[in-house]
Ligand binder design. Structure first.
Ligand code: SF4
Length: 387
């Protein structure tokens, strides 16, 4: 069995106004002790898991084939720390790394770092581009600018890191239909192998989200595009990326042939993964758990020989069925209704009929998919199916 390993690096240089992740801006001298704690957690994961009642069961002989450094901004860590963490995984698991991804922000990329990443075994870089418009980048608190995207892409390719994924965000303040088309056009011209497009999330977890709810102005909330414009932008991206040869394989993800994210597919297919670091989530096939978010608390607990695991939850049959539906429908290949109904002894036919009549889903035999033209309102389908 294959296993994914996720490494959370919860540090950033500044806080983007739209960010609702548990990340913080800390002094750089906190990076080394954090990287050591992550190595400690990896080296002692069997004892840590056993202490909190989490069994390794069939995963003892699992082989780690994907590693994902996410954040935060993992490219802020010294390359030597990233290499040491990869070596800890090699020493403590069976491993045959097929895909090792590093999330990187363009302004953090230097030629020295890029070649050290390649030497350490990193073979894929997920790039936080977000927009090609300096006005949008500046007004959402990003550090990088348009020219950094080109500079960093060139450096990574020169270092042999050709497997690149670019992220864009629909809905940044000051985004217009024309600026969105321009960002998409520049992205396609740079020809990354993989593209992720996220919709701006409006919730209490970010400064911009709170301002949109309270109708303030400090973080440019009045310049956030309308829901209709965002839906049109997403639809425009679908058309343009398809024309440029990208396969749309998950609501937010597109790939050139052979370049889907092997690691992220594990999440959507409910395959096992272990997460290490503050706030990292794990799933062993039966139990889900997460580490404490606070990085200082995480480091102290690990140094004291204790796993700061929270939310340890055995997944019930009903939760498993809901996950199969929710995560399965996010993939454009859809779900197999017969399989789900027989595995969980539950009928979905009535709800699916009304969603089909409303044009929100499509059926082909026992395969059910979200209707391609309605992907931007997929939440309506999930709410109905999971209620
Ligand atoms: S770089 Fe990413 S994780 Fe860090 S503040 Fe910005 S959006 Fe959040």
């Amino acid at each position: 069995m294959n296993l994914g390993v996720y490494i959370q690096v919860p540090f950033c240089q500044t806080k983007c106004t739209y960010c609702n992740f548990h990340t913080g801006v800390v002094s750089a001298d906190k990076y080394a002790p954090y990287a050591s704690a992550v190595q400690n957690e990896i080296a002692n994961h069997r004892a840590f898991y056993s202490d909190v009642g989490i069994s390794m069961e069939e995963l003892e002989s699992a082989v780690v084939d994907t590693v994902y450094f996410g954040g935060g901004t993992p490219s802020l860590l010294e390359p030597a720390h990233l290499g040491d963490i990869l070596n800890s995984i090699r020493c403590n698991f069976g491993s045959d790394f097929a895909e090792v991804t590093l999330e990187a922000d363009p302004e953090t990329v230097t030629a020295d770092k890029a070649s050290a990443w390649a030497v350490a075994g990193i073979n894929r870089v997920s790039f936080g581009v977000q927009s090609f418009s300096d006005l949008e980048l500046k007004s959402s608190g990003r550090v990088h600018r348009h020219e950094d995207i080109y500079r960093a892409t060139f450096i990574l390719r020169e270092a042999g890191l050709h497997n690149l994924s670019f992220d864009l965000i629909v809905g940044l303040p000051h985004q217009t239909p024309a600026s969105w088309r321009n960002s998409l056009g520049e992205l396609v011209a740079l020809n990354p192998d993989h593209v992720s497009i996220y919709m701006l999330e409006v919730d209490e977890g970010s400064r911009l989200g709170r301002e949109l709810i309270s109708l303030g102005t400090k973080y440019n909330a009045p310049a956030v595009p309308s829901d209709e414009q965002m839906a049109d932008s997403y639809e425009g991206a679908r058309e343009l990326l398809a024309a440029a040869g990208y396969e749309h394989y998950e609501i937010s993800n597109w790939a050139k042939p052979g370049h889907t994210s092997r690691h992220n597919l594990k999440y959507w297919r409910r395959e096992p993964y272990f997460g290490f670091g503050a706030g990292a989530h794990s799933f062993n096939g039966a139990i889900r758990w997460a580490n404490a978010h606070d990085s200082a608390q995480y480091v102290s607990a690990i140094q004291a020989g204790r796993l700061p695991a929270e939310q340890i939850e055995r997944v019930s049959a009903q939760q498993a069925r809901e996950e199969e539906i929710f995560l399965g429908l996010r993939q454009l290949s859809g779900i197999n209704l017969n399989q789900i109904e027989s595995a969980y002894a539950a009928s979905l036919s009535e709800k699916l009929s009304s969603l089909q009549s409303a044009g929100l889903i499509e059926r082909e035999g026992s395969i059910v998919r979200l209707a391609p033209k309605k992907l931007s309102i997929s939440n309506e389908v999930f709410v109905e199916l999971l209620s």
